[in-house]
Structures are given as structure tokens and as C-alpha cells.
Design a protein around this ligand. Structure first.
Ligand SMILES: [Zn+2]
Length: 161
């Protein structure tokens, strides 16, 4: 296992569309365990593979009381409602901003055993799922802001995705 440094803007890998994973092998298993270890080490609530320099469609989410979630080739299949949320990203260090997210989402994908799974989520989990899946498409939350002046400096205890 290893802690992997997080890529930050303007690293071009963050703007790339990540590739689908075709099958689980040793390198994907290692990527997943490194991502989980890194996420916990830096106290993040989620991480997408391009943030650790690997342009593959893999995300991990670690929200207290939900356990660690691993999703391979995740897709949002349903979005419901809209709400204004406060969001931050490890790849845009030290800042946060307010953007619109779905109130609830349904996401499908595969877990670390290549089993198909479907997750219905609201609140922080829904926000984290949308945020991490955006990363796989080269999208950052700051793309939703009218200007970078809308960002504010982060407080140390705030959640990063
Ligand atoms: Zn992020």
C-alpha cells in the first residue's frame, strides 16, 4: 500500500476523460487499496483515480457511518431535485465554493469484486458521488462558478472531495 500525492490544478490529467476499466486485475486492486489508504490518510471524503494520476474510471468514497465505497465505471442513472451546497476539492487546495448539486442520485457501477451495484443516495453521499464522477469526465466543481472570485478560503476542518 502507498500514499499517493494528489494532482492539483492546472495538472492536465484533471481535465482528461478517464478510460473505462475492462476487468479487475492486480493493478486495479492495488490502485483501489492505494486510493483508500490515501483518502483516509489525508482525511478526504472521496477520491477519483485521476486525482492520483491514473486516468481510469475508479472512485472511492469514505463518509463516516457509510463505510468505504468503491465504484468502478460509475454512472449517474438518475438525478432528483436540486440544492445549493458548499463544496471543496483536494485538487483545488485551500478553497471552497457554493454550487448546485442534485438532492438525490442513483448511481450504478461495479464494486471491487466486479459485482454490479446500484446506490441511491442523498445528502453528502450524493454530493460526493456527483463530485467524484465529474472528475472522471474532466469536470471540476469550479467550472460551475461564474468566476474564481466566488471561491472562499477554507477552514482546516472542512470536508474535501
Ligand atoms: Zn475533487
Amino acid at each position: 500500500m502507498a500514499i499517493i500525492p494528489i494532482r492539483v490544478v492546472p495538472d492536465p490529467i484533471l481535465r482528461q476523460k478517464s478510460k473505462r476499466v475492462r476487468t479487475i486485475d492486480g493493478s486495479i486492486r492495488k490502485l483501489i487499496s492505494d486510493m483508500i489508504e490515501t483518502m483516509h490518510y489525508i482525511h478526504a471524503a472521496g477520491l477519483a483515480a485521476p486525482q492520483v494520476g491514473i486516468p481510469l474510471r475508479v472512485i472511492v468514497i469514505g463518509i463516516p457511518e457509510k463505510g468505504d465505497i468503491v465504484l468502478i465505471n460509475p454512472e449517474v442513472v438518475r438525478r432528483k431535485g436540486e440544492c445549493l451546497v458548499d463544496e471543496g476539492c483536494l485538487s483545488v487546495p485551500d478553497y471552497r465554493g457554493e454550487i448546485m448539486r442534485a438532492e438525490s442520485v442513483t448511481v450504478k457501477g461495479r464494486d471491487q469484486n466486479w459485482k454490479e451495484i446500484r446506490i441511491k443516495a442523498d445528502g453528502l453521499l450524493a454530493q460526493a458521488l456527483e463530485h467524484e464522477i465529474d472528475h472522471l469526465n474532466g469536470v471540476l466543481y469550479i467550472d460551475q462558478l461564474e468566476s474564481m472570485d466566488k471561491l472562499r478560503k477554507i477552514e482546516p476542518e472542512e470536508i474535501q472531495l
